[in-house]
Design a protein around this ligand. Structure first.
Ligand code: AMP
Length: 429
């Protein structure tokens, strides 16, 4: 029998305790920012019927064609681990009657799954935080979600994200544009890279997204969607630009910005890190005015974005950390002998009851060893209890970072004493 080490699934990462604190900080900041804008949380299952993604993301997208984790379950239903969050939000909104003649500002966060080629910034399980603003058709909501993202970067201390915007126009303008683009590409088909040739037949718009150097050079002369927009599309996009100007949010119009999911319509945007290679998009979104209807609801306009948390966190780790992760607890209990342990654990419970974080030394050890562990833990105080202390019903409290020692605090006063000490420290910080 093979008894080797079992590895995690390729492209699916463990997030270890040392990194979890950064994740928690980011998640807390996300909660702060969404509440500033009045967005409500929605949680949907990680497993959905495969049809949901086929109908929304589009049959001829990379995600649906080759990246979904799809399997047939015991009832012979085809199910898929969600590759993104928007489709599920809309499905849930329709199923619960929350979208009809109504507006919703929602956010979600959680793991997504795509069978892509793993590399830095691209994983098979990754996490997205997303926003969905459903029921509004104007550019004001587009700029609201962009400014929510902008505020999140600010609150996290990320400074060099660049906003790129474009419009994919209405269905009518897009159809005209795709015809024109196809005509242009047909005359250069032999110069296209392999992936673009495949896309040419299935989804020519996606060729604009090619990372191939030759294809990119060729696209310099390709027709641009802005020349095919209807009056209404143009008015919407120009107004979005004015809104962004009024919010003093810098943006760059990128005529070649398209998104990898078919449900996008109208204005689209990406936040990118300049110079981070092909995995440079931290957040992407835009309008998806047809999706609610496509999934069986009544026609309802909507806009949203999804932000990759791994990429966000890797950027934060690359910069000086603005919010120092704080893994340290308040108190380490040094417990010398069984009687001390029997008295010390209930005392730790009392401290926790008062909101103080405590780690008890388990497994015994000399006082020197236990104090070394206390020191390594980063705790601010050690509470020392041994036979001698128990006899006099007292504990020694040692301030580990200041070398201050208070012997003989009566056990019944320990909670009060430490509560005051810790409060003083927090207020004087
Ligand atoms: P998308 O849902 O494809 O529009 O992607 C939105 C954001 O999710 C991207 O900008 C990335 O930050 C993140 N993302 C998408 N796919 C992956 C992946 N395979 N691994 C890590 N992050 C991803």
């Amino acid at each position: 029998m093979n008894r080797g080490i079992i590895q995690s699934v390729r492209g699916m990462n463990d997030i270890l305790p040392a990194t979890c604190q950064t994740w928690i900080n980011v998640e807390q900041t996300i909660r702060e920012v969404v509440s500033l804008y009045g967005y409500d949380e929605i949680r949907t299952p990680v497993l959905e019927k495969t049809d949901l993604f086929r109908r929304s993301i589009g049959e001829q997208t990379d995600i649906v064609e080759k990246e979904m984790y799809t399997f047939v379950d015991r009832n012979h239903d085809s199910l898929t681990l969600r590759p993104e969050g928007t489709a599920s939000c809309i499905r849930a909104g329709i199923a619960h009657g929350l979208l009809h003649n109504s507006t919703q500002r929602w956010w979600y966060s959680g793991p997504m799954f795509r069978h892509e080629r793993p590399q830095k910034g691209r994983y098979r399980q990754f996490h997205q935080f997303g926003i969905e603003a459903i029921g509004w058709s104007g550019p004001d909501i587009d700029s609201e979600i962009i400014s929510l993202g902008n505020r999140l970067w600010k609150m996290l201390g990320l400074t060099d994200l660049r906003l790129e915007i474009n419009t994919l126009g209405s269905r009518e303008s897009r159809r005209k544009y795709i015809d024109e683009l196809t005509r242009f590409l047909a005359t250069h088909i032999s110069e296209l890279d392999e992936a673009s040739v495949i896309r040419f037949n299935q989804n020519p718009l996606r060729i604009l997204d090619s990372k191939d150097r030759n294809t990119k050079a060729l696209l310099v002369n390709a027709p641009v969607i802005r020349d095919y927009l209807t009056h209404e599309d143009k008015t919407h996009f120009d107004s979005l630009c004015r809104h962004l100007d009024s919010l003093r949010i810098d943006y760059h119009i990128n005529n070649r910005l398209v998104r990898g999911l078919d449900y996008y319509t109208g204005a689209v945007f990406e936040w990118i890190t300049p110079g981070q290679g092909s995995q440079n998009a931290v957040c992407g979104g835009g309008r998806y005015d047809n999706l609610v209807q496509q999934l069986g609801g009544s026609p309802t306009p909507a806009a949203g974005f999804a932000c990759g948390l791994e990429r966000l966190i890797s950027l934060l780790e690359g910069q000086e950390d603005r919010r120092q992760p704080d893994l340290a607890i308040d108190v380490w209990m040094v417990l010398l002998g069984e009687s001390a342990a029997l008295a010390g654990h209930p005392l730790a419970e009392e401290l926790r009851e008062a909101g103080i974080q405590v780690t008890c030394n388990c497994g015994g050890g000399s006082i020197g060893k236990q104090l070394r562990r206390a020191d390594q833990s980063g705790a601010r105080y050690a509470v020392i209890v041994g036979d001698q202390e128990l006899e006099s019903n007292r504990a020694i409290i040692k301030e580990l970072r200041a070398d201050d020692e208070q012997s003989g605090i009566p056990l019944e006063n320990v909670v009060d004493f430490l509560t005051k000490q810790l409060n003083n420290k927090t207020t004087s910080l």
